[in-house]
Write a protein that binds this ligand. Structure first.
Ligand SMILES: Cc1cc2nc3c(=O)[nH]c(=O)nc-3n(C[C@H](O)[C@H](O)[C@H](O)COP(=O)(O)O)c2cc1C
Length: 330
């Protein structure tokens, strides 16, 4: 088992709905990702045993340390659901107080929670209390933005109150809820938060490359960074970041290296999910990894023609022969 240690040189995988599933988490672990967050799981869905949640809860011993991210807004569901999850063996939890998607906001969850800090802190304290019932001691983090409305900063008050109720770490994506993904993430606010609390601060936002991650740590002195969109395009971003922190060079991004990533992602998806839905999903993800190589269009076509796992692996192995396209980004 790996340890749950929060350090500047150990990058996290962000919670990514639709992407940070078990196969992807295991893939990023191979490239040095230290702690990996699950996709967000609805507390209400768990309370009512919705069928969609089973897949989101998938884990295995090699997945450790993973953080199960929850979203919801009603305290009455949190207590029984946390009890159930702790009994199932989940040890590390996160609460999503940053998602700005309309469907999530409508239920009062995600970044909408930042409009009612009393409720948000209450949900966090339920999670802390229940996670503590894990035989090895549970851990809880909360992920949030600067505030809901533009210019209304509540993140420092929130983080201090979360620290007071025993939350183990906080993750800040320094944009406002209303901003969605527009504008730039304000890393200066990460530095401010680091000064304002004693628990670890994890940073998220506009970390597209290993260099971004390194610069963010240097500029803010936060405790760790979390790759999100950067990892979707390059699951080896973790290895590049770790190399950079040591002053070393990361792996070359050539066809052979990218083919290895893709084939491993296919293998893990087949082994841990293996159904038609996961097949179609991985088939659509692969071309993204081959970005920057010549001939991706043809690759996309041959992937789409694949109807079984063997054919998919064979089509993906062609990536090893593709050369870098220096003229354009396809
Ligand atoms: C496709 C996608 C799905 C996401 N899903 C979640 C989620 O389930 N929970 C969450 O807290 N944040 C979610 N986020 C936000 C990311 O975790 C991260 O905070 C955000 O993308 C900013 O980091 P970046 O600019 O480096 O991508 C998602 C972002 C993207 C792009």
């Amino acid at each position: 088992m790996s340890t749950f240690t929060i350090t500047q040189n150990s990058p996290w995988l962000a919670p990514l709905a639709g992407y940070s599933d078990l196969p992807f988490r295991l893939l990023t672990k191979q490239y040095g990702c230290g702690i990996r967050c699950s996709e967000m799981v609805s507390v209400k869905g768990l309370a009512f045993k919705s069928s969609g949640t089973r897949r989101l809860l998938a884990t295995c011993p090699e997945d450790d340390p993973m953080v199960l991210q929850l979203f919801g807004s009603e305290g009455r569901y949190f207590e029984p659901v946390m009890e159930k999850l702790v009994a199932m063996g989940y040890r590390n939890y996160d609460l999503n107080a940053g998602c700005p998607v309309r469907k999530v906001l409508k239920s009062g969850s995600g970044v909408k929670l930042m409009e009612d800090l009393d409720n948000l802190v209450n949900l966090a304290s339920i999670m802390v209390k229940k996670a503590a019932e894990h035989p090895d001691g549970g851990r809880v983090g909360i992920k949030f933005r600067l505030g809901f409305n533009k210019g209304e900063d509540v993140y420092i008050e929130l983080a201090q109150r979360l620290e007071d109720v025993g939350v183990d770490w906080v993750t800040l994506h320094p944009r406002y809820g209303k901003q969605m993904f527009a504008g730039a993430a304000d890393w200066g606010k990460l530095a401010k938060l680091k000064q304002a609390v004693n628990i670890p601060v994890i940073g998220s936002g506009d970390l597209f490359t290993a260099e971004d991650g390194h610069r963010c740590i240097e500029e803010t002195d936060i405790d760790a960074i979390m790759f999100a969109r950067g990892a979707l395009y390059d699951p080896s971003i973790f290895a590049r970041f770790i190399a950079l922190r040591k002053g070393e060079e990361g792996p070359a991004r050539d066809g052979a290296f990218l083919a290895q990533i893709v084939r491993e992602h296919i293998r893990l998806t087949r082994e841990y999910e293996g159904d038609g839905r996961s097949f179609r999903k991985i088939r659509s993800i692969i071309p993204r990894y081959a970005k920057g190589l010549k001939g991706i269009r043809a690759l996309r076509g041959s992937l789409l023609a694949c109807e079984d796992w063997e054919a998919l692996d064979e089509a993906a192995s062609v990536i090893a022969t593709l050369e870098k396209d220096s003229s354009q980004n396809e």
